[in-house]
Design a protein around this ligand. Sequence first.
Ligand code: ATP
Ligand code: MG
Length: 282
Amino acid sequence: MMDQASGLRDLMAKSQSTNSKFITVASGKGGVGKTNFAVNYSYLLANECDKKILLIDADIGMANVHLFLNLTPKKSIKDLFAGATVEEVIQRSYNFDVLLGFSGIDDFFELDEVSIQAIVNQLDEVSKRYDYVIIDTGAGIDEKVAAFLRASHRSIIVTTPEPTALMDAYALVKSIYNIYGYDRFKVVVNMAKNQEEGELTFNKLKISVKKFLDLDLELLGVLPFTNTLRNAVKHKELIARKYPKDAYTQNLRKICKAELALTQPEPENFWKKLFDFMGKSR
Ligand SMILES: Nc1ncnc2c1ncn2[C@@H]1O[C@H](COP(=O)(O)OP(=O)(O)OP(=O)(O)O)[C@@H](O)[C@H]1O
Ligand SMILES: [Mg+2]
């Protein structure tokens, strides 16, 4: 406890920004390109927009962010129970920070309140150093994904033009909105043949969401289907780094610019909200 307290003081002394924005990337259907989006988005925000980024792999079932970034997970978030500081758990890649291994999150709730509070405080203090915290989640609508979405300033729902992906994106928005009243969604259409197909896809979703939920959805951008991305993945490279002129990278750059133009949210204690939501939904 002594160690944790002194670690906490160090972290508080080092924290700079107090207005970090938490963005959760989610989808209804699996395999729509969330993780590729999250890592390349983090890369561009850090390397071309000069933002301080923390990327969190919150895919509880199949964490794989490290594979895209050639990282070997050192420590996981589980080590926080044993007294490791968040700093020891964070790894660095391509000029941004990465927090791997959220798979042990269930074990948090076996801890007593004081220990949970200490971990929440640590995570909160560390997060304040970043302009953006980008959170990659697993597919589907389980309670943990819902907790990440509800605690975020914004959610990016990734879909493809495939009808099944679109239907699942609708189901995700519907359940999170109907059950929790959460409405801070933006949409990215990935693997579109062209801009027109991407916009048509988005419009179908927008119309259903308006008609059945009376909610307005906004398109953040369209990303094309490209074999360049698949090749980059095969060679353990990031498309945004290796192919800065590819249409995928160019469109992703526009999404970054759109994000930067949005007004800054009020600071909120993301971690406290997250742990409260998860605690309640157990
Ligand atoms: N724009 C794209 N063009 C072509 N292939 C793509 C594109 N985006 C993603 N892919 C491919 O789709 C597959 C799934 O991508 P990714 O792992 O990013 O999806 P995911 O939504 O994170 O999946 P999961 O739900 O399993 O976490 C990968 O093989 C990836 O290379
Ligand atoms: Mg993924």
